[in-house]
Design a protein around this ligand. Structure first.
Ligand SMILES: C[S@@+](CC[C@H](N)C(=O)[O-])C[C@H]1O[C@@H](n2cnc3c(N)ncnc32)[C@H](O)[C@@H]1O
Length: 229
């Protein structure tokens, strides 16, 4: 999968994604990460990418032209694929989006800064607006990294053989089951005996039951409308 990120802070995105399984996938070429800085496509005296909002008000707005030129430049190098604008006003990111997008060959993520981006860029060039939650952060970079990590880990080969996304929370519509590792006794607490039994079917049944119970307790909304609610 090839991921293009339009950002005023390319190093922030590259650095953040250079760790762990995602970092390894980029190093091995399984994921290709390209960052493009709209400042390089600002055809004005001081490479300005932002200007005051029409109508007045606080802050600056990212200008249309440098962003469009960045997209055009990407098209000369590779495919843009689906263009996603990270925005608190977007559809809230869900596991289902990530599972679906893991099948895409290309994706372009646009990171806003300041008060946001000229609405005409969004209207004319963005396929999807995505939010990482109902709060406002200072720029789209961290949101883009969240999307990229969550999508990339669903791609074949990104997780090592000893890791699996299958049993993660949300993958089957429920939260994940509790995990234990050494030591067998910590303070007053032991490990549930079934996990030490070596009985695979019993362990699976226990984990399924735990997953359901935890979901009922912590996120009953996930079960609404299902036979398990
Ligand atoms: C300070 S915010 C601008 C918020 C904008 N004035 C608004 O109220 O919608 C700057 C940029 O951060 C990014 N951003 C902020 N919160 C976000 C969120 N919850 N999800 C995704 N991106 C976010 C967006 O790219 C946004 O353009």
């Amino acid at each position: 999968m090839e991921l293009n990120v339009i950002t005023l802070f390319p190093e922030m995105v590259k650095q953040t994604l250079s760790y762990g399984v995602i970092g390894k996938a980029i190093e091995s070429g399984l994921l290709k990460l390209n960052c493009f800085n709209p400042r390089e496509f600002a055809e004005n005296k001081h490479n300005r990418v932002d200007d005051k909002p029409f109508g007045g008000g606080a802050g600056m707005v990212m200008m249309y032209d440098p962003l469009v030129r960045t997209l055009e430049h990407i098209s000369t190098k590779t495919e843009t694929g689906m263009v996603v604008f990270l925005s608190p006003q977007g559809e809230k990111l869900q596991q289902a989006h990530c599972n679906e997008w893991a099948g895409l060959s290309h994706m372009t993520l646009v990171c806003g800064r300041y008060e946001g981006v000229d609405q005409r860029f969004i209207d004319q060039h963005v396929d999807k607006e995505i939010s990482i939650g109902d709060y406002v952060i200072s720029g789209g970079e961290m949101a883009a990294c969240v999307v990229i990590d969550a999508v990339a880990r669903q791609q074949q080969g990104v997780l090592g053989s000893d890791e699996s996304a299958e049993t993660d929370s949300f993958m089957n519509g429920k939260l994940g089951y509790p995990q234990y590792t050494r030591s067998e006794i910590l303070g007053q607490s032991g490990v549930p005996s079934v996990l030490l039994s070596g009985h695979h079917e019993a362990i699976k049944q226990w984990r399924d039951a735990q997953s359901l119970a935890i979901t009922k307790r912590k996120r009953p909304d996930l079960l609404e409308g299902t036979s398990e609610s």
